[in-house]
Design a protein around this ligand. Sequence first.
Ligand SMILES: Cc1cc2nc3c(=O)[nH]c(=O)nc-3n(C[C@H](O)[C@H](O)[C@H](O)COP(=O)(O)O)c2cc1C
Length: 356
Amino acid sequence: MKPFKIRDVLISPPLVLSPMAGVTDVAFRGLLKRCGGVGLTVSEFISVEGLTRNNPKSKRQMRFYDYERPFAVQIFGGQAERMRMAAEMAEEVGADLLDINCGCPAPKVVKHGGGSGLLRDMPRLETILTEIKKAITIPLTIKIRAGYYDNNINAVETAKLAEACGVEHIALHGRTKEQGYKGRANWDLVRQIKEAVRVPVSGSGDVTNVEEALARWRETNCDGILIGRGAMANPWVFRQIEDTLAGRDPFQPTLADKRNLLLEYFELLREDMPELPAIGRMKQLAGQFTRGLVGGSRFRQVLYHSHAVDEILERIEEYFETVAAGRVYVGEGEATADEAAESPALDSCEAATVEV
Ligand SMILES: Cc1cc2nc3c(=O)[nH]c(=O)nc-3n(C[C@H](O)[C@H](O)[C@H](O)COP(=O)(O)O)c2cc1C
């Protein structure tokens, strides 16, 4: 795998933080960028109806840190005129790329012809891409699924149409709309698209570690790899892949790194939004991130029942201190000697080397 360009925008390393509505807001993207190895960040999908009607939430979703660059704004909608207007707004705020969502399976999105709805309406897709292409100067990119229906896989056809309309990068999540998130993503379609078009092609779906990323790349010859859910469980996965590509040992986070990551994320969230949603998002990441950590499930329960900022900060400190000391985490007040004696033995070495 090597860096690639979308026109003059360098994606280096060739690893993309996959857009996830409700997750990849500016705070999460900033956090992942700080962890390292992310070559491109993408906004959550943003409603063109919201943007073009001056909805404050939609406008907030276009914000990005300058250190994120290159940064793509992803929009969704089914109406060409609104899509064009929203694309112009994304260019105005300084996005490096404009990405069209052709994958969202949500009924309220599909109903209006947007998201994966575009995969079963090629004329509409063509009109939208052509209109947008005329209106913006930054590169236009597209993220698609394998197809809308399980019995009509049309990703290659969609990719060719997109290229003919001037799209400069194609990302494929190899599941159909009907499939949702079930089963495994079909990466052979990534290979087929790569063979069928000349613009760079990236693949998405089920990559969670270095080995899977390299295997998918070898099998498909794709230019880039997107990682979504895997980045919530292991925010250093991009850095680990980058290290491997550079011939270095992949970064292994210490317990202190993990603690600091949660605290840093909470700080970024609180800078960006009111307390209540910040706490909600913090719990969401903690829920994924602590899977596999010693005492993680108890920690998740305790966090879940914490409702104030100070309480959450205390619980985080308490949890990591307990694990670092090799003690069993039981939540508030910590383990009594008797409880600890009843729990399975755990030495601090084991505690410090748990994989995320
Ligand atoms: C919670 C969630 C929200 C998502 N939101 C978006 C989105 O806004 N735009 C998009 O193109 N894909 C979205 N996706 C799809 C992901 O970008 C990705 O293609 C998919 O999850 C498969 O990759 P993964 O296995 O690495 O997560 C979302 C996925 C999840 C789990």
